[in-house]
Design a binder for this molecule. Structure first.
Ligand code: PLP
Length: 396
């Protein structure tokens, strides 16, 4: 089975699928059970829920979920992965596992919005932690914020609205020198296009509600690390206490999503690049945020740490935000749907900062008029046609 580990595409299609066990079924079944039974009390007490093949109760582990964990750990070059009921369950559990009350966290300012709120409204108010926010564009910025009680650095590269990057190798090296753990949201690239653990990051998080699920039909999250001891602690204690494990049916849908992750990502990338180039050349577009464009200010850094870019990008229209918002309605678009989230088969459009004050949007690196699109799998020509209609409609 280990020969599959040499190639991501073999991990995604076959790794861990033990056909002889399930009567030759090409797709392993969903284990829709809440507990496992034992021949004797002695056997029950001898069971170790941290062993790959041993299970006691569904809140600590499930065979379908564990198979998903095994594949994701392999794709990320980690030792162990743990699946959660959502990306936020994964993120908050990781932070609670690593940080102690009263400690200090450094986070990129552009981290996922609800995570920022969790830091400010939970970690600060309930756990008396201190948070320093940085743009993340230079290592010195992180270094300047380090204090004796700094416990964790939170990264998201690229971030998911303005697509700013952090130098992962440099930040990981700095953190290690100070005994600080690093956590990074790798949802945008998926394990296909970026392997942060190989660059020294301690914990990688994905929301599987996006590309890993890939079909807009599940909510789920995952943590991966090379630090087996830390992951065992999170698994045996923290995840069980908070109780946020992924359900078996979602685990099965994650496995289905993983089988096509590579081809989907490549197509999302192709469509997004075509759309980004179209937008960049359009006179009504002031700015395009896409790390795959040569004009992106961190294009060189992107090439050092990513092997590709996915289907999400943003742009600023040369018009009042209210005018752009008024034109974003279902009459204009054939394929784009108006809604949050991304990473599924479908193209989506939204204005994530529309309700922010200009100075607050400015702090996050954009304006209230920024338009974010997810380029789905419908075909780049359809997406460009839709965006052409939208931009042309701005004339009147
Ligand atoms: C959606 C999202 C999350 C949160 O994931 P959930 O599964 O919705 O909890 C975290 N990070 C990023 C970048 C996201 O886009």
């Amino acid at each position: 089975m280990n020969e599959y580990l040499q190639d991501d595409r073999l991990i995604m299609t076959h790794y861990g699928d033990d056909y002889s066990r399930y009567m030759g079924a090409v797709v392993p079944p969903v284990f829709m059970n809440s507990l496992h039974v034992f021949p004797s009390v002695e056997d029950y007490y001898a069971a170790d829920r941290l062993q790959e093949e041993e299970f006691i109760y569904g809140r600590s582990g499930n065979p379908t979920v564990r198979l998903a964990e095994k594949k994701i750990a392999a794709m990320e070059h980690g030792k162990m992965a743990l699946c959660f009921a959502s990306g936020m369950a994964a993120a908050s559990t990781a932070i609670m596992a690593v940080c102690k009350a009263g400690g200090h966290i450094i986070s990129v300012r552009n981290a996922y919005g609800p995570l920022r709120e969790f830091l400010l409204q939970y970690c600060v108010c309930h756990m008396h932690m201190k948070i320093s926010f940085v743009s993340g564009e230079s290592v010195e910025e992180f270094e300047d914020c380090i204090r004796p009680d700094t416990q964790l650095i939170i990264l998201e590269s690229p971030s998911s609205i303005v697509f700013s990057l952090q130098d992962l190798r440099a930040v990981a090296q700095l953190a290690k020198a100070h005994g600080i753990r690093t956590y990074m949201d790798n949802t945008y690239c998926s394990p296909v296009f970026q392997k942060p653990l190989d660059m020294g990051i301690d914990i990688v998080m994905h929301t599987m509600s996006k590309y890993i699920g890939g079909h807009s039909d599940i909510i789920g999250g995952v943590l991966v690390s090379k630090d087996e001891e830390l992951m065992r602690k999170i698994s045996a204690d923290i995840r069980e206490w908070f109780g946020g494990i992924l359900g078996p049916m979602e685990g099965w849908l994650v496995l289905r999503g993983i089988r096509t992750l590579q081809v989907r990502l490549e197509q999302h990338q192709k469509n997004a690049l075509a759309v980004a180039e179209y937008l960049e050349a359009h006179p009504r577009v002031k700015k395009v945020y896409y790390p795959g464009l040569k004009s992106h200010p961190q294009y060189e850094l992107m090439k050092k740490q990513q092997s590709g870019n996915s289907g999400l990008l943003s742009f600023e229209v040369d018009a009042e935000p209210a005018k752009a918002a008024a034109k974003i309605n279902q009459d204009i678009f054939k394929v784009f749907k108006i809604g949050v989230s991304w990473g599924g088969f479908e193209s989506l459009i939204t204005m994530p900062f529309y309700k922010l004050q200009p100075e607050d949007a400015g702090k996050l690196g954009a304006t209230p008029g920024i338009v974010r699109i997810h380029c789905g799998l419908e075909g780049a020509g359809h997406l460009v046609d839709d965006l052409a209609n939208f931009l042309d409609s701005m004339e009147n």
